[in-house]
Design a protein around this ligand. Structure first.
Ligand SMILES: [Zn+2]
Length: 80
């Protein structure tokens, strides 16, 4: 049997998930010190004052103090 329709292929268009717009970036602030955040990686925001990195999940910044990871230095995750 042959299948009809061309819906089996993955869509060419890729979601913009993980990309924060400049406008959004302007209004984002560190939950600790309320300093404007910088986009360090496509999926990471950085507070220049706290030196903390906040993750961006599916294009949504997770600005929770407990989600913040200290920049460099003490890394809790073991690397092989
Ligand atoms: Zn901060």
């Amino acid at each position: 049997m042959s299948r009809g329709g061309g819906f089996g292929e993955s869509p060419a268009r890729v979601y913009d998930a993980g990309v924060i717009s400049q406008e959004l970036l302007e209004i984002l602030a560190c939950p600790k010190c309320h300093t404007k955040l910088q986009l360090k990686e496509p999926d990471q925001l950085r507070c220049p004052r706290c030196k903390v990195l906040y993750p961006i999940v599916d294009g949504i910044p997770v600005l929770l103090i407990e989600e913040g990871k200290p920049e460099g230095g003490a890394s809790s995750s073991p690397s092989p």
